[in-house]
Design a binder for this molecule. Structure first.
Ligand code: SF4
Length: 845
């Protein structure tokens, strides 16, 4: 099978600045929880994607200094040469597998808790961030701005040395450059605040400095939220204007929406956002640039991807979550195996795992995050050494995964399900409002069931212990799942609730509502949540939609607390509010009576709530009777998934996968130990080794010189400089902040001398009209024979650029400008007047 011709457009190479992507699949930066503390996990996680066909793989956000320490969250870091060594492995492994490596250099600004470094957060203005609780930053001085920009340049230099091909100046999700850009965070009254060009200045300068630093060795990417969508960034008009302003400094636009406080806008969970919804904003970026654009939209459908590319709005298909769920997504499209794509379900458990739990995992892909430490590969499993006949009882998420993985290893598998179809708990989960896309968990595995030889599926048959014992299988795996407690057993009181019995008409469980059609006998319903995730909220919404008067009561301090980790908490509560559901937190229910429930607030004060029925989503209980009947009566009987302990889907899928991988170990019930990355293990017991050449190249220093001042007015100075320049070799004409707004005289002057024109970074806005020609007009890499510095105060790149020049001439009205410490000749006159005299006078040379 080959690539569908309609999808071939996705495999065209794309040039970004000095680099070429082999196709249009781009893994945008995303968190892993690995940072630089788990460099081998970091490298392997990205490498598997490179192997699966992604043209570029990027690190997560990578902070540039201790001032942007993200602790307690785990970010990558490029603070020093040790970090360089940790991340060089990622770049090296990506290259070995044909992908470019990107690094998302960032500064947290107002959002940085700096819990490890204990430094105050730094931001454009002293406005509290919208991410960390109670965090008030210090307002950055101009000196702070220069220092942060220097840190960014140093991190870019290290990134280049580490082998990265794409270097980001990241400001999306309202990180520091985005905070400067945003009028909500930026209240400055100096040249870095106020108008959009002023608010853009920090970002533009930083882009230019990074560009000068990495030269043609790396592509420069800019990740920007072009539309705040009600959050704290900039609106779409200003977002597009910023793209236009910065376009000459950028090789690749990586475009998003929203801010970190409303991150769910960008990483929209499928319960609330359809696939591709961000295109409403990000497709507009094409209006402001012809440069390559990458965007994300949780896309897994190659038809949709191809149509987006054909429309011209994006050049690259960006993906974080789809690349986690299926690292081989590009390769499967290329091979025409589209039905085998393990499609992301949009649950955001990966975000919970990476950010809150510090080690990435995925509901769909049990190998995500296990590539290094367990050596798991998403597409390859080791074959069994001996033939094996396995009976798997239960075809829910865990049983399906176990059966499929065993079959991939070569086992003969009988999969027996008591229900009429496969899916287990997914039967009730996917009936909740907005949860249909989660059905992909079953859909992917249903295709595998059909494709894999060796699996025999039987549905509608409930086996008892004797039948299992008589089955004749070498190994029995019980995946019999769990049920919601019908007696109100809960984690708040650790007891059942008095009067709770799901045999009564006014007491209901989620399964009874969703699978059996049982409904409350009256209008008023209390949904009691002890689970803290989606079940109770979904049921409340469902019943409210059917006309019930619903109150959601929970013993937690907030409704659906786990949903905060999946970016769904605010969305959940908003949707409940819109549906007319009343919410009461920090409340327990000691008793249920017909017509009312007995409640207790967090201070132990009792009260009653009038209710015709109670839906109990308090906790689930393992269906493990069969296991206990069989335990000790068969040589090899195991249990997995909810049958062991009810957990989130990601864990039960993992459980089934792990058991299948380790089924031929002496005791598969006990997980094999995994590699732990520890500081003393450097290098660790893994095949990869750090690259040999890691020393940072020394940067040349400007040479101090004794300046001879040229006397006279502009005309006399012009003539004198002309004498100095003629016949001396290659000339660079560099214009700085004091050169005026019109750069044309300097450009023409460079042409007259047959030399090069360069621009100092504060000129970015002044040069807008001619910005395309400024790309690459970096002065520090040229080391000309003669360096004419007009209006330059002493920007380091320019000082370094002229370090090797034989003759340096500086024209600046400010005698205190540092440039005079490094110039052979100087003139204290207006730079623009001199330049005009020189280029408009009689022919030179
Ligand atoms: Fe997609 Fe969920 Fe996997 Fe994240 S955890 S990649 S949202 S399936």
């Amino acid at each position: 099978m080959g690539c569908d011709p309609r999808h071939e457009i996705l495999f065209e190479p794309v040039r970004i600045g000095p680099k070429t992507l082999r196709n249009r699949f781009y893994q945008v930066p995303h968190c892993t929880g690995f940072g630089v503390e788990k460099p081998w996990s970091q490298a392997r996680h990205r490498a598997v994607k490179a192997q699966g066909g992604w043209a570029a793989v990027c690190t997560e956000y990578c902070t540039i200094s201790a001032e942007s320490d993200e602790t307690p969250y785990v970010a990558a870091r490029m603070w020093d040469d040790h970090d360089l060594r940790m991340l060089a492995v990622t770049a090296e492994q990506a290259h070995e597998l044909g992908a470019l490596a990107g690094i998302e250099l960032s500064h947290t600004g107002a959002h940085g808790e700096n819990s490890e470094s204990r430094l105050p957060a730094a931001a454009p203005s002293q406005i509290a961030g919208d991410f960390a609780v109670g965090l008030v930053p210090r307002a950055m001085t101009r000196r702070d701005i220069r220092r942060v920009q220097d840190d960014w340049v140093a991190a870019a230099r290290r990134s280049r040395t580490a082998g990265f091909d794409i270097v980001y100046v990241y400001g999306a999700h309202t990180y520091l450059p985005g905070q400067f850009l945003s009028p909500h965070y930026n209240r400055r009254t100096d040249e870095y605040g106020g108008s959009l060009p002023n608010r853009a200045r920090f970002w533009l300068e930083t882009l230019e400095m990074v560009r000068e630093e990495v030269g043609d060795d790396c592509a420069v990417a800019c990740r920007v939220a072009v539309d705040r969508r009600g959050a704290l960034g900039v609106d779409l008009d200003e977002g597009l204007e910023f793209v236009s302003l910065a376009d000459h400094l950028v090789d690749l636009w990586d475009v998003t929406v929203g801010s970190i406080g409303e991150w769910s806008l960008d990483s929209g969970p499928s319960r609330f956002y359809r696939e591709g919804w961000q295109l409403e904003s990000t497709a507009r970026v094409r209006e402001a640039t012809r440069k390559p654009i990458v965007g994300v939209a949780r896309m897994t459908d190659p038809d949709l991807m191809a149509s987006v590319i054909r429309s011209g709005v994006w050049d690259l298909i960006g993906a974080a979550r789809p690349s986690i769920a299926d690292p081989y997504l590009p390769e499967k499209i290329r091979q025409g195996r589209v039905d085998e794509i393990r499609e992301c379900i949009g649950c955001n458990v990966c975000i919970s795992k990476a950010d809150s739990r510090r080690h990435i995992g995925c509901t769909q892909n049990p190998t995500a995050g296990e590539e290094h430490r367990r050596g798991w590969h998403p597409e390859h499993v080791p074959p069994l050494a001996q033939p094996l006949h396995a009976l798997v009882v239960g075809a829910g998420p865990s049983g399906l995964e176990c059966a499929i993985t065993l079959a991939r290893r070569g086992a003969r598998v009988d999969l027996v399900e008591r229900g009429g179809m496969v899916g287990g708990s997914m039967g009730w989960i996917t009936r909740l409002p907005g949860m249909g896309e989660w059905g992909r968990l079953v859909a992917y595995r249903a295709v595998q069931l059909k494709r894999l030889p060796g699996i025999e599926l039987t549905t509608g048959r409930e086996l008892d212990a004797d039948e299992i014992r008589g089955w004749g299988a070498d190994v029995v795996v019980l995946a019999t799942g769990s049920s919601w407690a019908g007696d109100g057993l809960n984690g708040f009181t650790r007891e059942p609730i008095a009067g709770a019995d799901d045999a009564l008409p006014h007491v209901l469980t989620p399964e009874q509502v969703l699978l059996e059609g049982k409904r409350p006998p009256g209008r008023r319903v209390v949904v009691y949540d002890g689970d803290g995730y989606f079940a109770a909220a979904g049921l409340a919404e469902l019943l409210a939609g059917e006309g019930h008067e619903v109150e959601l009561v929970t013993g937690y301090d907030t409704v659906a607390p786990f949903a905060a980790e999946t970016l769904e908490d605010v969305l959940t509560r908003s949707r409940l509010h819109q549906a007319g559901v009343a919410m009461r937190s920090a409340t327990t229910l000691p008793g249920i009576q017909p017509g009312r429930v007995e409640a207790e607030n967090e201070f132990g004060e009792p009260f009653t709530i009038a209710a015709d029925a109670v839906v109990l989503a308090t906790q689930r209980v393992s269906r493990d009777r069969l296991y206990h009947e069989l335990e000790g009566t068969l040589p090899r009987v195991h249990r997995i998934g909810d049958c062991v302990a009810p957990r989130i889907l990601a864990e039960v899928v993992f459980d089934g996968h792990r058991l299948a991988r380790e089924i031929d170990q002496p005791d598969p019930d006990v997980a094999l130990p995994y590699l732990r990355e520890r500081p003393m293990q450097d290098p660790p017991p893994a095949p990869a080794q750090p690259p040999a050449t890691l020393a940072l190249p020394e940067r040349s220093q400007p040479r101090p010189r004794r300046v001879e001042l040229l006397e006279g007015a502009a005309g006399e100075v012009a003539a004198r400089i002309d004498e100095l320049v003629r016949g001396r070799g290659e000339v660079v004409v560099a214009a700085g902040r004091g050169a005026g707004d019109d750069l044309e005289p300097y450009r023409r002057l460079a042409e007259r001398y047959g030399g090069r024109f360069a621009v100092s970074r504060p000129q970015v806005e002044a040069a807008r009209a001619t910005r395309a020609e400024l790309v690459g007009a970096s002065s520090h890499v040229v080391a000309p024979d003669v360096y004419l510095a007009f209006g330059i105060s002493g920007a380091i790149p320019h000082l370094v650029g002229m370090a090797e020049s034989a003759t340096v001439v500086a024209v600046n009205t400010d005698r205190g400008a540092r440039i005079f410490d490094y110039a052979d000749y100087g003139a204290l006159v207006d730079a623009e007047q001199v330049a005009r005299r020189m280029c408009d006078g009689p022919p030179l040379g």
